[in-house]
Write a protein that binds this ligand. Sequence first.
Ligand code: GUN
Length: 282
Amino acid sequence: MTAATLDGRAIAARVRARVAAEARAAGLVPGLTVVVVGEDPASQVYVRNKAKAAAAAGFRAATIALPAETTEAALLAIIARLNADEEVDGILVQLPLPKHIRPEAVIEAIDPAKDVDGFHPVNAGRLAIGRPALVPCTPKGVMTLLAEAGVTLTGARAVVLGRSAIVGRPMAALLTAADATVTLAHSRTRDLAAECRRAEVLVAAVGRAEMVRGDWIAEGATVIDVGINRRPDGRLVGDVAFAEAAERAAWITPVPGGVGPMTIASLLENTLIAAKARRGLA
Ligand code: GUN
């Protein structure tokens, strides 16, 4: 089998257009504020892209860029101000933060109703027990890709590789909510390759370049690659050895251009959900 490629850029563009149209139709201008601390170049790019996408969807987008020396107390004071600001529906604090700031203190300071990253323990807990929540953007985007591919999740064997709070754990919860039978595998899993070979849906989110080889993939599987890793030669690759895996999978996401663009599309969806909920519209 040769896999069909899931075009994240095209699917994300459709999601973004739908979100913009929905907001316009409801007469809503959702407000998103993105906060970034320090000069990490990758974070600067992500933050710029998030704010640009929000503005392009007709949202009120603001970026607060703070110096690396910003204290935790100062950042918490800014979050308190954003929590109280009626014009702000979504607050996103870009991670990672400088070492002297505790990310959990910052995440827990955000009003869960404005937590468009879905990282607050209230939202994570709601997702874990199957109640409505603001859901982390990357796994939410993966669910959209799976829906676009027409993959049947009910009863399917799904394997999630990686147990991070941002991707692996919420991914497993979303697949469980969609009635898949989910294995959450990780670095201590015995015989990872054998676990993966059982997967009809495989989501790789480990952050190790091309760790998942072609012979780890079941014939006809759907392979979603969340990894973005830079090879010493500068090439961007995923967690999956793409060419090998594509020989066996039915569907596969490329890197770049697969999951990546979906994250921002999901962020806009979450911001619209938050805006509606805060106005009693949902
Ligand atoms: N850093 C890497 N991914 C993310 C994300 O989804 N949200 C935030 N806030 N920071 C990130």
